[in-house]
Design a protein around this ligand. Structure first.
Ligand SMILES: O=CCCC(=O)O
Length: 466
C-alpha cells in the first residue's frame, strides 16, 4: 500500500511513500532491540557527539527541511525555518547537558560503603507524533532519549510521511547506528500491536486526548511507562494594568502561530471589564491585518489549515458556538479560494459550555471572555478540562507571578506567550496529559531510576533500614 502527502495550500500530491509492511515492521523491531543492546553500552560522550552532528545536519539542510514541512502541512516558510533551528537547539542542548542530567547521585549513608542512584536506559521507545510541528515534536522526543541510551521508533502522522523519512535520514547522516532511530510508516490501527510487542519498552504520544487515552490504555495493560502530551485550551488573561500594546501584539502571535494549530496557542482570551473594550477593538484590528496566503510566500502570516477535513471540523465548532449565542467579531467562514484556508476569527459573548468555551479550537479562532476582576479571571482561566499552558498580562510582576501560581496548568507565563524551551520542563495536567518532556525532567522520563546499595562488609550484620 502507498501513502500520499498532499499540499493543503493547493491540493496537489507532494509525494508517495510505501507503507511499512508487516515483515519490515518485524525487521525494524528486531533491529531496534539489537541496536539498543549496543547503544546502551556506548559511552554517553559518543552519543552526545552524534547529537551535535545531528544539529549540524539540520542546520546544513535547513532550507530543504523547511520547504518539506511547508509543502506537507502548510506552515509559513519562515516559521518552518525557525522550527529546524529549534530542532538543532534541542540536539545541541542534550549534546551539552545529557551527561550532567544523568549523572549518578551519591546518597550519603553511614550503613553502606556506597549508595548511588543511577539512571539507566529502558529500551526501544515508540513515539507517536502529530503533524503540527512535524520536525520539532519528534526531535523533542528523540534528542533526550537517544542521549539517554534508548532507541526510537517513530509512528508519525500520516499526512507528513516525507518529514518522517527526512528525520530518519538526519540521524543516519549524523552517523547514528542503524536501528537507533527508525520511522515506521504504519497506520493507527497497528499502534497497539507495536506497544504490545515485548521488544518495545515504553511509549510517548503527542496528540489529542482521545488518542492519548487509547495509547495509555494499551500501555497500561502492558504495564509500560507512557508520557502523554495532549491538547490544550490555554487561557490568555489580560488584567486591568496590562501593557496594552505589547499585550495585543503578543495575543495575535500567541493565537495564530503555526496557522493557529498549536497545543500551546492561546485560545481563550480572558479580559477584565476595565480594559475589555479597548482590548477587543485593538485585537480585532490586529487579527484583521494578518496576511493569509501561500505559505511559501515570505510575506504570509497564515497559511492553510493542514487538512481540509480539519478545517471543516473547526468551522463546525464555530457554527455550533454561534448557534448557541456567540458573536462573530471577525472572520467565521472558510475562505473562498482553493486550499484549506480559514481566516483569523474572533468570537465574543460565547456562552458557557459552547464548543469555543469548552473544546480545543485547533485553528486561527480566538474566543474573548469578559470578566469583572482578577479573581473571576483566574476562575475562568481554570474552567476547562485542559491544563497545558496559561499566560497573564500585567505591569505588576509580583501580581503576575501570584496569578501564574494559581493557574491549573503545566506551564504559566507572565507577559510572554507560552512556549517550549529545551531548558524547561514541558507538559500538562488534567486532560492535557502527564509526564514531562525537555530539560532534565524530560530525559529522566524513560530511564530506570535505579538504587544501588553496596554494603560495607558482606559478612557484617546490619539493621534493616526502611
Ligand atoms: O503543539 C504543541 C506545541 C509544541 C511546542 O511548541 O513545543
Amino acid at each position: 500500500m502507498s501513502i500520499e502527502s498532499t499540499n493543503p495550500a493547493t491540493g496537489d500530491v507532494v509525494d508517495r511513500f510505501e507503507e511499512t509492511s508487516d515483515d519490515e515492521r518485524e525487521e525494524h523491531l528486531e533491529r531496534a532491540a539489537e541496536t539498543f543492546e549496543e547503544w546502551r553500552e556506548t559511552p554517553i560522550q559518543t552519543r552526545q557527539r552524534l547529537l551535535a552532528t545531528a544539529a549540524d545536519v539540520l542546520r546544513d539542510n535547513a532550507e530543504e527541511y523547511a520547504e518539506l514541512m511547508t509543502e506537507e502541512m502548510g506552515k509559513p516558510i519562515g516559521q518552518a525555518r525557525d522550527e529546524v533551528q529549534k530542532c538543532a537547539w534541542v540536539c545541541d542542548y542534550y549534546a551539552e547537558h545529557a551527561a550532567e542530567h544523568l549523572q549518578d547521585e551519591v546518597i550519603a549513608s553511614e550503613e553502606s560503603a556506597r549508595t548511588v542512584v543511577a539512571y539507566q536506559p529502558l529500551g526501544p521507545v515508540l513515539a507517536i507524533m502529530p503533524w503540527n510541528f512535524p520536525f520539532w515534536q519528534v526531535f523533542r522526543f528523540a534528542a533526550p532519549n537517544l542521549a539517554a541510551g534508548n532507541v526510537g521508533l517513530l509512528k508519525h502522522a500520516s499526512n507528513v510521511p516525507g518529514c518522517a523519512r527526512a528525520i530518519e535520514d538526519v540521524f543516519e547522516q549524523a552517523g547514528f547506528p542503524e536501528g537507533a532511530f527508525t520511522t515506521l510508516l504504519i497506520s493507527s490501527s497497528e499502534i497497539d500491536a507495536v506497544i504490545e510487542d515485548d521488544r518495545v519498552s515504553a511509549v510517548t504520544i503527542t496528540g489529542s486526548d482521545g488518542a492519548g487515552r487509547s495509547v495509555a490504555e494499551t500501555a497500561g495493560s502492558q504495564l509500560k511507562k507512557n508520557v502523554l502530551e495532549l491538547g490544550g485550551s490555554d487561557p490568555f488573561v489580560v488584567l486591568d494594568d496590562a501593557p496594552m500594546e505589547q499585550t495585543v501584539e503578543t495575543a495575535v502571535q500567541a493565537r495564530l502561530i503555526n496557522n493557529g494549530q498549536s497545543c500551546i496557542a492561546a485560545k481563550r482570551f480572558v479580559v477584565v471589564d476595565d480594559v475589555y473594550d479597548e482590548f477587543v477593538d485593538r485585537f480585532v484590528d490586529a487579527m484583521d491585518d494578518q496576511v493569509v496566503g501561500d505559505p511559501m510566500d515570505e510575506d504570509t502570516d497564515i497559511g492553510p489549515q493542514a487538512r481540509e477535513d480539519l478545517m471543516e471540523d473547526l468551522h463546525e465548532q464555530v457554527e455550533e458556538t454561534v448557534d448557541q449565542g456567540g458573536e462573530i467579531e471577525l472572520g467565521g467562514e472558510p475562505m473562498d479560494r482553493d486550499g484549506a484556508f480559514y481566516p483569523p476569527t474572533v468570537l465574543t459573548d460565547v456562552p458557557e459550555n459552547a464548543p469555543a468555551d469548552q473544546e480545543e479550537l485547533f485553528g486561527p479562532v480566538a474566543t474573548v471572555f469578559r470578566v469583572p476582576d482578577e479573581e473571576t479571571a483566574i476562575e475562568k482561566a481554570n474552567d476547562t478540562r485542559f491544563g497545558l499552558g496559561a499566560s497573564v498580562w500585567t505591569e505588576d510582576l509580583e501580581r503576575g507571578e501570584r496569578v501564574a501560581r494559581q493557574f491549573e496548568s503545566g506551564l504559566a507565563f507572565v507577559n510572554e506567550l507560552v512556549k517550549s524551551d529545551p531548558r524547561l520542563p514541558f507538559g500538562g495536567v488534567k486532560d492535557s496529559g502527564y509526564g514531562r518532556e525537555l530539560s532534565r525532567h524530560g530525559i529522566r522520563e524513560f530511564v530506570n531510576t535505579k538504587t544501588i546499595w553496596v554494603q560495607q562488609d558482606a559478612g557484617e550484620e546490619t539493621e534493616m533500614v526502611e
